[in-house]
Design a protein around this ligand. Sequence first.
Ligand code: ADP
Ligand code: MG
Length: 471
Amino acid sequence: ADLSAAWQAAVDRLSPGARVWVFPAVPLSFHNDIVIAAVQNDLARAQLESRVRPVLEQALSRELGTEVRLVVTIDASISPPEPLALEDPPGRYSALDDDEDDDEDHFVPQWGPAPTPVTGRPANIAEARLNPRYLFENFVTGSSNRFAHAAAVATAEAPGKAYNPLVIYGDSGLGKTHLLHAIGHYVLGLYPSSRVRYVNTEEFTNDVINAIGERRTGELKRKYREIDVLLVDDIQFIEGKEATQEEFFHTFNALHNENKQIVMTSDRPPKNLKTLEERLRNRFEWGLTTDVTPPELETRIAILRKKAANDGLTVPADVLEFIASKVQTNIRELEGALIRVTAFANLNKTPVDMNLSQIVLKDLVSAGGDPEVTSALIIAQTSAYSEFSIEEICGTNRQRDLVLARQIGMYLCRELTEMSLPKIGQEFGGRDHTTVMHAVRKIGALMTEKHAVFNQVTELTNRIKQQARQS
Ligand code: ADP
Ligand code: MG
C-alpha cells in the first residue's frame, strides 16, 4: 500500500509530458532501495527507460525518503496500459519541447545509451564467451523469478554500483545461467569497451590447477582480475576445493576493491555451502542474494510461447498448455518437451496437435516424480543399447556408429542430469566442454531430421528412466 501511494504521489509530481510514459507501468515492489515496476512490453519499457527514468527516480526518491533506483521489468500479464501512451506518435513528445514546464526534456541518460543489438559488438563479446540466446529479451518473468531478474537488470545497468556481489541461487533449470549471460550481454551493450568474462566454476578450478602446475599464476591473475564484470556459474562446485577457494578469495577481493562487479550462481544459498571457507561465505553475503523458484503455470506457458516464437514454430495454445501442465519444475525440461513434440511432428509431417503431444509425452512423469539419473547409468545404458563397450563409448575411436552413440550419451547427460558441460566431458573420457556442446547441438538437430535417431534417443531415454526408477 505504501509503494502504490508513493508511486502515485511521485507520478503527480511529474509534468504531464512525463506522465504519459509512466502510465503503462505498475509498481510491484520496493526492496533494498530498488523499486520494481512492470510494463506490458518492450516498447513501453524502452519508452519509460529512455524518456523519464531519471525524473521518476528522483520523484520516487523524494516520496520514499531514500535514494531509489528504478527497475522496469516486462510482464505481459499486467492489466493493459492506457492506450494513450503507446499509440502516441513519436513526434508528440518532441512537440512538448517548447513547453517550459517540461523539465524532463533535458534528459541525459544516466547509465549510458540504450543497449544495441547483439550484432556488431567489439571483440570483447568473444572474450566474454556468452551464449547469444541468453538475453534479457528472451527471459520471461513471473513471480518465481521477478526479483532475481530485476536485480540482474539493476546490476547490469550499473556494474559494481548496485549489488556486489550479486548471488542468484536455485534449483537446476530455472534460468540462473540465462540471467548470468544476460547480464554480460546487457553490460556489453551499455558499455561496449568493458571487459566481461563468463566462467563456469569447473573451468575456473581447472585454470587454477593448471596455473599452479605450470607456474603461470600471472596469466591466471590477468585472466580473472583485469576485467570489469566476472560472471561465475555454479559456485557450489568450489566446495571442498581449497586451492581454488584460496585463489577465488583473492580474485574476489581484487575485483571488489576496485568496484568491479561479481555475479555468481549457486544451486543453494551461500550459507548452505558447507565446506566453503568462512571468509568466502562472509564475502558472498556482502551484496544481494536472491533466488529463482519453479515458475507457475502461466509463466511456463509464456516461456513456451516465447520459445516457439523464437524458433519459428507454430504450436496451438492447447498444446502449449498441455506441455506446461506436464513439466512443472524445470525449464530446461519444459523446453525439451516442446522440442520433442515439434520434432516428432516434423518427422512425421503432421501438424502439432493435442493427440500427437499426448503420444509423444506420455512417458513424462509430472510434478517432480523424476528419478535421479546418473551419468554412469546413462553411459552403461548407452553401451548396452548400442552394443559398444563402455571403454569404447568413452574412448577415442571415431568409427561412425560409435561416434553417434557417444554423442547420444552426452546429449542424454545434458537432458537427464544436472551436470555441466565440462563435467559431462570429463565423464566421457576427459573430453572438452565444446565437444559436449557440439554433440548436444548435433543430436538435437538430428532428432528433427532422422527418424532413427529420434527413435533411438526416445527408446534409450525410456530405458534409462525405467532403470533409474527401479534402483
Ligand atoms: P540453470 O542455470 O538455473 O540450471 P538455465 O539458465 O540453464 O538454468 O536455464 C535452462 C533453460 O531454460 C535455458 O535454455 C534457458 O534459456 C531457459 N529458461 C530458464 N528460465 C527462463 C525464463 N524465465 N524465460 C525463458 N527461458 C528460460
Ligand atoms: Mg546453470
